[in-house]
Each structure stands twice: as structure tokens, then as C-alpha cells.
Design a protein around this ligand. Structure first.
Ligand code: PMV
Length: 373
């Protein structure tokens, strides 16, 4: 006897950042966060979970390489799913005791430095929930225990992770604000920055921030509640001007907290700051906010913009960050930009030097996890 399920799950990029836990084991955050789920056409994790009476141990293959199953977060997710499966009582209870084999891969290069833990844990937890007959709305607090931001990857469109107040974390869950069809013009450009620096993990970084940053306290108590309220309003009104401004301000404040951490966590580099400058110059030239940046715990930029502005923004990027492989199909991945002629950029924008970006991913807001076979 053998059961097998294959699923895909999306990456999400926060516009209001999660940074800081109030409880480390259950992964309970100090503040709410909001993200957009990105299309699985261009970035996703694909996971197959197989369970059989004959398996003697749990196994996990990550991008073709066997990893240890003794990771406490992985074990906790599995334990929680088994408990939930038992209560749900929608599968043969025997299978809940069988060992599992997990085969998981990302369709985007791990070297890109994009958060793959969110799509990874969302996909794993979703696939096992399909196997054990658990409803999607019951697994948010389980995915959260794999990687906090993973709970937001369970839904399409725009998602809020509500921090909750209960000590057991049962109300610290993701809720959908609007699905992926709500703002169909919304686009995302991920600028993958050439970088070889060793990274500080988000877990380590945020734990040091909680212990040492005074600014973090002000951020979680005063700023994030206001940012969240204003961002949700801007989203529902489809007001890009406000959506973009809050997104940039929240990202800047998150990185200010990182610098206020002792010793500081430095995630953005010179190229990241040059991207920030380019975005502000572009918006100034246009007389309003047409494109917004946000940076996670790394130097890569994620730009939010509307479809109408994509050509102009790409032309500006080409001018400010010229690249030898600009016209190669491998440079701009994702949605095809076809043969559209890039408009001329005025000399107001200054070039920063050749090949500072590795490549660009052009994508849009997309759907949540799906069972595929
Ligand atoms: O879920 P984690 O532990 O990978 O933390 C994610 C932290 C940020 O990406 C920096 C912000 C966020 O809300 O995604």
C-alpha cells in the first residue's frame, strides 16, 4: 500500500514586513505582515509526498540532495499534521503512522537568494494535508511553524498574516485580503543582484533585533499597525500611489531596524541602494509613484508596479544597470516582454556600471498552492 500526492506552492513577497518573534518555538510574530503571492508560472516549489507501510524511515530530498529529517521545525509540522489528521478523521487512520518520503524542488535557482522557505514549507504542509484529508483553512498555523512567512503562501493574491494574541498561536494565521484577480494590472520585477556575501539568516537576524533594537519596539507598536491599515485601504482602493509609498517606507524602516540591531544586520548593499535611488528618480520624473521597491533579508530588490509602466521601468533599468546579456532570453525571465521596443531614457539617469544585476524575473500576482496530478 502506497499513497502519493504532488503539489506546487508559490513564493510571497511582503509589502509590510514580518521581523521579530514574540515566541520562538511556535513562531509567533510581534507584528502583522502583508504580502502578495507571486505566480507559480515563474517561481514555485513542487513537492511530492509519498507514504507507505513499508517505509522504515522519513526521508527528504531537497533539490535532488538528501537532507536530514531531524530539523525540529520539519518534525513539528509533521507532528501537528498527524494530530490534525486524526481529529479531521477524513483519511484511513493507519496512514498517519506510516513514514513519509518527501521530494521537493524549486523551479527557480536557489542561488538567486530568494526566500524559498516560504514556498517550501507551504508546499510540504499543503501536500501532507491533502494526504491526510485536512482542509486548507486548518493548516495556516502549521505552515507558520515551518517558516513564519510560509503561512502567507497558502493563499492567492494579497494576504495578511495576523499576529494573533493567544499563547498557543491558534489565532496567528494568514487571511486572504483579495484574490489574484483583484488588481490584474499589478506586476512584479525581481532584480537579482550579483552578490557573494555570506548571509545572516532571518531567524538569527530577527532574534538579535528583538534583543537589541529599540527602534523595533516603536516599529511594532506604532508604525506597523498604521502601515497595515493604510496599505489595506490603498489596496482596496487600488491606489498605487499610496500602496507604493507605504511599501517603500515599510521596507526602509525594516532595514533601519536591521541597522539598529547590535551587531547590525546589513542586508542591502551598494547596488540595492543604487536601485532605491533609481526608483525615486523615476518617480520624480513621472510626477508620482509608479514603481515601489521592497527588500527582504538580502540585497535583491522586488519592484511592484503596474503593467503600463513595465516598459519604461525596464528601459530605465537597462540604462542605469547596463548588462552584456540584456537581450539574451536568460536575462529577463518570467513573463515574456516579446519584441517591444524599449523607449529612450533621458540622460537624467546615470549608469552605475556594467553587469551589477545577475538577471531579472518579471512576474505577477498569482494563485495559492495546488495539487497537480
Ligand atoms: O519566514 P522567515 O523566517 O523566512 O522570515 C521572513 C522575513 C522577511 O522576508 C524579511 C520579511 C517577510 O515578511 O517576509
Amino acid at each position: 500500500m502506497m499513497h502519493s500526492v504532488t503539489c506546487i506552492a508559490p513564493v510571497n513577497i511582503a509589502v509590510i514586513k514580518y521581523w521579530g518573534k514574540r515566541e520562538e518555538d511556535l513562531i509567533l510574530p510581534l507584528n502583522d505582515s502583508v504580502s502578495a503571492t507571486l505566480s507559480t508560472d515563474h517561481l514555485c516549489t513542487k513537492t511530492t509526498v509519498t507514504t507507505s507501510e513499508s517505509f522504515v524511515e522519513n526521508k527528504i530530498l531537497l533539490n535532488g540532495k538528501e537532507e536530514s529529517f531531524s530539523n525540529p521545525r520539519l518534525l513539528r509540522c509533521l507532528e501537528e499534521l498527524r494530530k490534525r489528521g486524526e481529529t479531521a478523521n477524513r483519511c484511513n487512520p493507519e496512514i498517519l503512522n506510516w513514514k513519509i518520503h518527501v521530494n521537493t524542488e524549486n523551479n527557480f535557482p536557489t542561488a538567486a537568494g530568494l526566500a524559498s522557505s516560504a514556498s517550501g514549507y507551504a508546499c510540504l504542509v499543503y501536500a501532507i494535508s491533502c494526504l491526510y484529508g485536512i482542509e486548507k483553512d486548518e493548516i495556516s498555523s502549521i505552515a507558520r511553524q515551518g517558516s513564519g512567512s510560509a503561512c502567507r503562501s497558502l493563499y492567492s493574491g494579497f494576504v495578511q498574516w495576523q499576529k494573533g494574541t493567544l499563547p498557543d498561536g491558534s489565532d496567528s494565521i494568514a487571511v486572504q485580503l483579495a484574490d489574484h484577480t483583484f488588481w490584474p494590472e499589478m506586476r512584479i520585477l525581481i532584480l537579482v543582484v550579483n552578490d557573494s556575501r555570506k548571509k545572516t539568516s532571518s531567524t538569527g537576524g530577527m532574534s538579535t533585533s528583538v534583543k537589541t533594537s529599540k527602534l523595533l519596539k516603536y516599529r511594532v507598536e506604532t508604525c506597523v499597525p498604521q502601515h497595515t491599515k493604510d496599505l489595506i485601504k490603498a489596496l482596496y482602493e487600488k491606489n498605487f500611489e499610496n500602496f507604493g509609498k507605504i511599501t517603500m517606507q515599510d521596507s526602509n524602516q525594516f532595514h533601519a531596524v536591521c541597522l539598529d540591531t547590535y551587531p547590525p544586520c546589513v542586508y542591502m548593499n551598494d547596488v540595492s541602494h543604487a536601485i532605491v535611488n533609481m526608483v525615486h528618480q523615476f518617480n520624480e520624473r513621472k510626477g508620482g509613484i509608479r514603481v515601489a521597491y521592497t527588500f527582504d533579508a538580502g540585497p535583491n530588490a522586488c519592484l511592484y508596479l503596474l503593467e503600463n509602466d513595465v516598459n519604461d521601468v525596464l528601459a530605465t533599468i537597462n540604462h542605469v544597470f547596463p548588462n552584456d546579456i540584456w537581450s539574451s532570453p536568460d536575462y529577463i525571465k518570467g513573463i515574456s516582454i516579446g519584441k517591444i521596443a524599449l523607449p529612450q531614457v533621458d540622460q537624467y539617469f546615470v549608469s552605475n556600471g556594467q553587469n551589477l544585476l545577475k538577471y531579472i524575473i518579471y512576474t505577477k500576482v498569482g494563485e495559492g498552492p495546488k495539487r497537480i496530478e
